[in-house]
Design a protein around this ligand. Structure first.
Ligand SMILES: Cc1cc2nc3c(=O)[nH]c(=O)nc-3n(C[C@H](O)[C@H](O)[C@H](O)COP(=O)(O)OP(=O)(O)OC[C@H]3O[C@@H](n4cnc5c(N)ncnc54)[C@H](O)[C@@H]3O)c2cc1C
Length: 253
């Protein structure tokens, strides 16, 4: 984003200046599309003049600055679900009233936000088989990674969702086996269904790599157990994407 663009950015200016001061590349994103994927998942697409220069690894995220009605800015991590050179898509989990969800629901085509990144340690590692685990917040990262795999690769995914209607489909050249785990009324983050399902997964032959992302306590418990069962620490990438009572941010698992 050029300085002349920041001058016409109005309410964005403060956020852009804050991010630029830290020496980070700032992307000015303009909302160009809005699609309700499921009851709880809302996709927003954004354009930007310089998005062709955004180099990313599938699974990585942006830190986005969301203006709030009270004049404050909510800073949150969101995964780049898709990037086609000129447009990026971000999928928002709607989990009740919250700054990011409320902003996404109310956003209008043409609205502008600032973002920095890409960043983060969620991306595909070389492996004979990929174990991908998480709750609904993991879907954008896991599906972005799955879409980029080749036909020789194998994925075993365990994904916790609110109910069966939250299932999504993903296209991939790889052999992909997804086990959907509906909570059916249990609150997010409270259930052991993900842990229990992964416990019953027998590791295939060869070198495996596990990506575990979602609610922090669940992520930590699953990572610990996979390591107890024989996966090396370097075979596990884990990150807490949200935690009860935590506002934005992330936890290294
Ligand atoms: C690297 C990274 C990538 C991420 N990518 C995505 C993504 O692509 N899509 C996505 O939807 N999320 C993603 N997240 C998670 C998202 O950043 C958090 O859920 C964030 O807290 C949402 O902000 P909020 O304003 O909705 O809620 P906050 O203001 O942060 O929190 C308000 C309350 O809601 C609770 N809460 C937060 N998230 C959830 C949730 N998912 N379910 C239930 N309760 C929740 C909090 O514990 C808190 O009590 C990612 C997180 C990280 C770290």
């Amino acid at each position: 984003m050029s300085l002349s663009e920041t001058k016409s950015a109005g309410p964005l200016l403060q956020a852009v200046r804050f991010l630029a001061r830290k020496g980070r590349r700032v992307w000015l994103l303009t909302l160009s599309g809005k699609e309700q994927l499921t009851a709880n998942m809302l996709r927003l697409s954004f354009g930007g003049n310089d998005l062709g220069e955004l180099a990313w690894k599938r699974g990585q995220d942006l830190v986005i600055e969301l203006p709030q009605a009270d004049g404050t800015t909510a800073r949150r991590h969101y995964t780049i679900r898709k990037h086609d050179g000129h447009t990026i898509a971000i999928d928002f989990v709607l989990h009740g009233e919250s700054p990011a969800g409320d902003w996404a629901r109310a956003a209008n085509i043409g609205d502008r936000i600032a973002a920095v990144g890409p960043r983060g340690h969620t991306y595909v590692r070389p492996a004979d088989w990929h174990l991908m685990i998480g709750d609904e917040t993991c879907i954008p990262a896991l599906f972005a990674m799955i879409e980029g795999l080749s036909r020789t690769e194998r994925v075993f995914a365990f994904i916790e969702i609110a109910d069966d209607a939250e299932r999504q489909t993903v296209e991939s050249a790889a052999a992909v086996n997804i086990t959907w785990l509906p909570r059916n009324g249990a609150p997010p983050g409270s259930s052991s269904i993900l842990y229990d399902a992964v416990e019953s997964f027998a590791f295939p032959q060869g070198l495996g790599h596990a990506s575990i992302i979602g609610e922090t306590h669940n992520v930590r418990a699953i990572r610990r157990r996979l390591i107890e069962r024989g996966l090396g620490k370097d075979q596990c990438s884990a990150e807490g994407y949200w935690r009860q009572g935590r506002i934005g941010g992330h936890d290294h698992a």
